[in-house]
Design a protein around this ligand. Structure first.
Ligand SMILES: [Zn+2]
Length: 344
């Protein structure tokens, strides 16, 4: 039997089959720069350099998945994503405070967003240069856009003081984020499209706020994205931080892929999702920069034990691996994943 590729494994597990070993993901593009005589600034400063480094990194450091490099904040400044209908003043983070402003805002059509063209190019290059890896891209969701516009503290205060303002803004940002993700789903070869709703966790907002102001919009967005994906791509959600109190809701979302961060319970995520979706996580990123080899092994072992052979589990950090993490630590993670992710 020929060896399965990372992409084969991810696709097989998604369909409920059991690949030859436990799945895992390391994402170390910038960390790998010194190996190619480049700096992290070279990586973040030039997308072609980043792509080259990213592709080399997965050839050297086993991973079933390759993340598509992009300059998230550089390519998607808020003023490129939204504009006023009748005013000429510029958008900026934390600037939207009144209903009048929200009512005067509209999303920039996807065909006019330069960042999406750059992202499509990056996705195509990755698909061409690393065809054996499942490619994964993260895009901004409504719970990045809307708190960014208002400022998170004011956003939270307004859920009580002016709930209709938040609903109006979530309407706008959900439609905009859905259109952007749809564009990537329909017109690029990427395998996994993850919507990053970074601020939606209970580390930032209450479960009540999530249920009332976020969940209905995510439900709508993911339903539309599933329709666009037509069963050919995995549609996923990434929330940073602690989400245990809202897991029952997340499990109801029509998603294929859920990225669970270190502070949340992997055990509870399996109980909530019951094999309905793939779960990626949730080794704490800090262990890569501060932990010992033994701690890394123990963390990986614990995750695979919790997964109890579930083929839909992907061992990984929940969020990014800290930039100061030495590559030796990453090697330990991979060795541990190969050791504990064996199939009986
Ligand atoms: Zn995160």
């Amino acid at each position: 039997m020929t060896a399965l590729s990372g992409k084969d494994r991810i696709m097989a597990a998604w369909k409920g089959e059991r690949p030859d070993r436990g799945l895992f993901n390391v994402d170390i593009g910038p960390h790998y720069s010194p190996k190619m005589n480049k700096t992290t600034n070279d990586y973040f400063g030039n997308i072609d350099t980043a792509i080259e480094i990213q592709v080399k990194s997965v050839a050297d450091f086993t991973s079933d998945i390759i993340t598509v490099p992009q300059n998230m904040f550089g390519w998607f400044p808020y003023k490129q994503l939204y504009r006023f209908k009748t005013r000429t003043d510029e958008m900026g983070d934390g600037k939207i405070k009144t209903m009048e402003q929200v009512e005067d805002m509209e999303a920039v059509p996807v065909s006019e967003i330069e960042g999406l063209k750059l992202l499509s190019r990056s996705i195509n290059k990755i698909a061409e240069l690393a065809p054996k890896h499942a490619s994964r891209v993260a895009v901004f969701g409504p719970m990045i856009d809307s708190p960014r516009m208002v400022g998170l503290e004011d956003w939270i205060a307004k859920t009580i003081e002016e709930p209709e303002f938040i609903h109006k803004l979530m309407r706008l940002t959900t439609d905009a984020a859905t259109a952007r993700a749809k564009e990537i789903i329909q017109n690029t070869p990427v395998n996994i499209v993850v919507v990053a709703d970074t601020f939606a966790s209970i580390s930032n907002i209450s479960p009540k706020i999530y249920k009332e102001f976020v969940f209905p919009y995510e439900m709508e967005m993911f339903s539309a994205l599933q329709k666009a994906a037509g069963g050919k791509k995995l549609v996923g959600l990434h929330i940073c931080g602690f989400v245990d109190p809202i897991m029952e809701e997340i499990a109801k979302l029509p998603i294929d892929w859920w990225e669970l961060d270190g502070p949340s319970s992997l055990q509870k995520s399996f109980e909530a999702t019951k094999g309905k979706m793939m779960v990626r996580g949730n080794v704490g990123g800090e262990i890569f920069s501060e932990g010992s080899k033994d701690q890394i092994y123990q963390a990986v072992k614990k995750c695979y034990e919790t997964a109890a052979g579930d083929p839909k589990y992907v061992c990984s950090t929940g969020c990014q691996i800290p930039l100061n993490a030495p590559l030796d630590q990453v090697r330990h993670f991979i060795d541990a994943a190969l050791q504990y992710g064996v199939r009986q």
